[in-house]
Design a protein around this ligand. Structure first.
Ligand code: PNS
Length: 167
C-alpha cells in the first residue's frame, strides 16, 4: 500500500449483527476513536434466515451508537469492497475475539485485498469480557429462557425477550 498522508480516514465495519452484541459495540467505540468516520454496514443477506429484520437491526444499532457523532449505520448487498469504495472508505474494520476467528477472518481479508488492493482490513480485539460473546449464543440463551443481560445493549435485551416471550 502506498504511504500517503490522508485526511478523513473512513472505516466500514461490516457484519450480520443479528443481533448486535456488546462485543460489536466495544469494537465500534474503539474504531470511532481511531478513525474519523465509522460506518456500521449490515449485510442484507436473503440466504440467511435472521431473527431480526434488517430494519430492526439498523434501529437497534442506531439507538445504541447515537452518542457517537462519527458513527453511522447503513446496509449493503453485493461485494463488501464495492460498497466500501462507493462510500469512500479506505478501511474494513473487523473484530477478532479468539484464535478460532482468525482463519475465517484471514481468508476474508486476503480475498478482499485480492479484489481491491487499495482497501486495508484492520483487526481489533474487544475487551476480554466479550471474548466469548457471539450473536448466535446470545440468541440461544434468549430462546431457552436465559438472560443475555450484560452481553447485549438494553434495547436488544428487551427485543430478544419480546421475541421469545410467547414461544
Ligand atoms: O458478521 P459476519 O456474518 O461474520 O459478517 C460477514 C460479512 C458480512 C463481513 C461477509 O459475509 C461479507 O463481507 N459479505 C459480503 C459479500 C462479500 O463481499 N464477499 C466476499 C468477501 S470475502
Amino acid at each position: 500500500m502506498k504511504k500517503e498522508k490522508r485526511q478523513g480516514l473512513k472505516a466500514v465495519y461490516p457484519g450480520t449483527f443479528d443481533p448486535v452484541t456488546n462485543g460489536h459495540i466495544d469494537i465500534i467505540e474503539r474504531g470511532s476513536v481511531i478513525f474519523d468516520e465509522v460506518i456500521v454496514a449490515i449485510l442484507k443477506n436473503p440466504e440467511k434466515e435472521p431473527l431480526f429484520s434488517v430494519r430492526e437491526r439498523v434501529e437497534m444499532i442506531s439507538h445504541t451508537v447515537s452518542a457517537l457523532p462519527n458513527v453511522s449505520v447503513d446496509t449493503f448487498d453485493g461485494l463488501l469492497v464495492d460498497y466500501a469504495e462507493k462510500v469512500g472508505a479506505q478501511v474494513i474494520m473487523r473484530g477478532l475475539r479468539a484464535i478460532s476467528d482468525f482463519e475465517y477472518e484471514l481468508q476474508m481479508a486476503m480475498m478482499n485485498r485480492r479484489l481491491r488492493k487499495t482497501i486495508e482490513t484492520v483487526f481489533m480485539m474487544p475487551n476480554e469480557t466479550y471474548s466469548y460473546v457471539s450473536s448466535k449464543l446470545v440468541k440461544e440463551i434468549a430462546r431457552l429462557g436465559g438472560t443475555p443481560a450484560g452481553l447485549v445493549p438494553l434495547e436488544v435485551e428487551k427485543k430478544l425477550r419480546d421475541r421469545f416471550e410467547n414461544e
